[in-house]
Design a protein around this ligand. Sequence first.
Ligand code: 5GP
Length: 117
Amino acid sequence: MSSEVFELILQGKIPAQKVFENEFVFAFKDIHPLANIHILFIHKQKTKDLQEMMTTHPEQIQQIMMAIAHYAREMGLDKSGYRIVSNVGAQAGQSVFYTHIHLLAGEVLGGFGRVKI
Ligand code: 5GP
């Protein structure tokens, strides 16, 4: 899958269940949730993965991480626990080449490694 699907979500051309938005970041529910809570955080300025973001928009990595931490606190997930994951490259399981961070929570999470997130 290209980056297009997330660009279209950001433009409001594909519907998504938005849970959070600020000047920098847009967050919405994953269409195929792998946990009771599965949110995708994307940065509004497009990059393909964290490696590219580190090169072209390094300071904005902080914005996306701050948004996740704020959202987690708002939802009480800082107390119950949560996991954040970003797949970089096809071998790691990345299927949408638009930088995003998965937030998984809401239940006891299994291990990972060979498990695709
Ligand atoms: P990746 O595999 O690149 O790490 O994560 C991409 C995620 O995007 C997957 O978990 C997939 O379920 C989700 N996804 C793909 N297309 C859509 C869509 O149209 N809407 C939403 N909400 N999520 C999507």
